[in-house]
Design a protein around this ligand. Sequence first.
Ligand SMILES: *Cc1c(COP(=O)(O)O)cnc(C)c1O
Length: 441
Amino acid sequence: MKQLPLAEVLPISSSVNDAGRLAINGLDVRDIVEEFGSPIYIYDETTIRHMCREFVDNFRRFYPDTEIAYSGKAFSNPAILKIIEQEGLHIDVVTGGELAFAMAADYPAEKINFHGNNKTRDELNEAVEAGIGRITIDSFHEIELLNDVAQTAGKIQAVNLRLSPSIDPHTHRLTSTGILDSKFGFSIETGDAEKAVAAAMAQPNLDVEGLHFHLGSPLFELEPYEEAVEYVCAFAARMTYVHGLDMREFSPGGGMAIGYQASKLPPTIDEYAKTIVESLESACTKYGIDRPRLTIEPGRSIVGRAGVAVYTIGGIKRIPSVRTFVSVDGGMGDNIRPALYEAEYEVMSVDDPLGEPTQKVTIAGKFCESGDLLAKDVELPDVKTDDLLALPASGAYCVPMASNYNLQTRPAIVLVTEQLEARLIRRRETYADLLATAIYE
Ligand SMILES: *Cc1c(COP(=O)(O)O)cnc(C)c1O
């Protein structure tokens, strides 16, 4: 077997097969497309399980009292949730819809945590009725609303408080969430966080388990975690002293980066774990607080590398000494990240992954927006109409953000299982799906 280019950003079971094409766990990607159509998202079960174990093993090695909670918004599907649950992870949801999905997949309620900056009364009702393990409160409005909902249901709800530590994680401004100017969380800097601790502890039907923050994503640097853990632990110690807070749980969120480009790889999970645990241990010692349960919430890093988007080339437009546009049969409708966050991807020829690059091209989607470009100035071997292109590292935040813009049907999703079968886990949408919610009168 030849050395596969871009191996660091592809699923771990990727290879070049005897036909010289890209394969995932030995299954030829072109065969999968011929069976299920194009465009398509292919997920590798082996990579998902591997990443779950990377988190569980590395964090528990340094800090046994750790829970890993998968952030379901990165990509939820019953087959994927089943794998995540088998690996022993908890799950985070951010809407009633994600909660319904988790419940439909029989996820144990006590392992579900509900996040979000503006949960509705209905959503909180559904969560309390379902008996979910944790709700992470994000606003003063929610403290009172949730207490009222829990009181009506005759329950005491375990909660965490989401704090905003005013730390810039050096990622895209649209994916920074722990800075002062953010809609998320109670700011420590302004004094809101202290008021929230006092207010939540005073509610009879809320049990304040702990504190949470989430800095943003994807974070390629370790220092922001270090700084934030120290800062929030100092705050926790003060709250213990002033208000009698008993911080039994501490959650520094998720945001661990993945490799989108071979030239820009993130720290290993071992390095994230070491940094977070060392910061927590030293802050607990320094401030004399009891060691809490540690909850880590990775989303992107569990499923991102496991997924590959595959497109078919249509037209190719050459503008001499300007640019060559290679158009494909998907685009911003199934992956809005380049248009929204200037996200950058590698592109690989499925039919000739070992081919020497001969040209620099821009991969254009088929949607009616000039900004619908999946990748700019990427190097490819000679390619032609009907060839297949793969975008590695497409497993997180592509399918969940997909839309029906231009009334384009959303792609099918296939899981390559450890039994080496290509299993359809979401069928391609049809025109009938698009027409189903319209009312004709
Ligand atoms: C989105 C989110 C995460 C996961 O972020 P990733 O970048 O996917 O790891 C974790 N915690 C909270 C509160 C989130 O909103």
